[in-house]
Design a protein around this ligand. Structure first.
Ligand SMILES: C[S@@+](CC[C@H](N)C(=O)[O-])C[C@H]1O[C@@H](n2cnc3c(N)ncnc32)[C@H](O)[C@@H]1O
Length: 343
């Protein structure tokens, strides 16, 4: 799923790390602590604008750039042909983004020397990983731009996907109309990088809060890091554990519940059967006991078959407590989300 190219970057005219964009983005991050996240690899460049301590000559950097491009040209269109992966132009653009991200400034004291955020050796290792291991570019630079957020990501933590942004829009829509929901307690189950939890935390009113869970200790730790980076620790709480288990104290109190549970590639779903839905069905059943009357839910599925199955399950379940259940399409028109309210 992650390796299928980077449509967001392709769509970007400028690199998300380009100098023009970098300034304000870094300004946003100025309030963040410069301490490195415990799980962050040293490749967490963009999100960790720590003091530059490395340097290289411009000619060393040029040598690296030439080598990186040679690797790209040796691959040619292979990635695109095998799995619609990045093509030469995109990879060459990534080289530029990486350089822009790594190079801090020219060293004023020594001509022809630049200050770097990482060692030259590491730069070789990172680009080798990008090409040889197809390591996602977001893991190379350690972050992803998602809505108005710059989120730290690393191996083992899902890179938030553009289509999931729609869930935040849906939440914005309901809280705009309902003060009780705007000031209520929300939950994001399987939070990953904390993307949904943080974005929802930002759209809630002063009294609104979010509790987000994730089974993975690495994800929970990265989400916690991202929450702190945005100074939202009083608004968004991360709890490590399985789905609703860490939310015993919130039973029947939730104003809203959202989740984008593990993604099952549609190619792995045979015929019309809605497979890979155990988590979603578990969450639906749980939602009924977690939400207070009038509470809102939004689940992300992998498309029409799962969405229809879920709606059917919710409306025909003997203990069904849901109303206004509907399917919402993503930006590409794919019927991806199921939303509704608790009776
Ligand atoms: C598809 S990712 C979504 C991440 C994030 N919500 C997003 O949209 O970027 C699913 C997340 O569910 C988490 N997960 C899987 N099983 C879980 C469980 N039993 N309880 C809680 N979280 C779980 C995974 O660790 C992963 O972070």
């Amino acid at each position: 799923m992650i390796l299928s190219g980077f449509p967001r970057f392709i769509r970007c005219k400028a690199s998300p790390f380009s100098p023009n964009l970098k300034q304000p983005r870094y300004k946003n991050l100025q309030f963040l602590s410069y301490s490195t996240h415990p799980h962050c690899s040293i490749s967490c460049l963009s999100t960790n604008p720590s003091k530059p301590i490395y340097s290289a000559t411009v000619s060393d950097l040029k040598k690296w750039e030439d080598w990186a491009k040679t690797l790209v040209y040796s691959v040619g269109s292979k990635f695109m042909e095998t799995d619609n992966g990045p093509e030469v132009n995109t990879l060459c653009r990534e080289i530029q983004w990486l350089l822009q991200d790594v190079v801090v400034e020219e060293d004023q004291r020594v001509e022809g020397v630049v200050k770097l955020r990482t060692e030259m050796d590491q730069l070789y290792i990172l680009w080798n990983q990008r090409i040889e291991k197809r390591r996602p570019f977001q893991y190379i630079v350690g972050c992803e731009h998602w809505r108005d957020l710059v989120l730290c990501v690393q191996d083992g933590v899902l890179i938030p996907r553009p289509e999931t942004e729609k869930i935040v829009e849906l939440v914005e829509e309901v809280v705009r109309k309902d003060e009780g929901l705007r000031e209520g307690l929300w939950s994001d189950l399987g939070t990953g990088s904390g993307a949904l939890a943080i974005a929802i935390g930002k759209v809630l009113g002063v009294g609104g809060n979010v509790i987000a869970t994730d089974l993975s200790p690495v994800a929970a730790s990265v989400a916690e890091f991202n929450v702190r980076r945005y100074g939202l620790q009083d608004k968004v709480e991360i709890r490590q554990g399985s789905w609703l288990e860490p939310l015993e104290d919130a039973k029947g109190k939730l104003a809203g519940l959202v989740s984008n549970p593990p993604y099952i590639p549609s190619g792995q779903i045979s015929g019309l059967q809605a497979e890979g839905m155990d988590d979603l069905l578990h969450l639906c059943e749980g939602a009924a006991s977690m939400l207070k009357p009038g509470g809102f839910f939004a689940f992300e599925t992998n498309g029409e078959i799962q969405s229809k199955f879920l709606v059917n399950f919710m409306l025909n379940h003997p203990k069904s407590m849901f109303q206004d259940v509907r399917i919402v399409a993503d930006f590409a028109g794919m019927k991806r989300f199921v939303t509704g309210f608790c009776q």
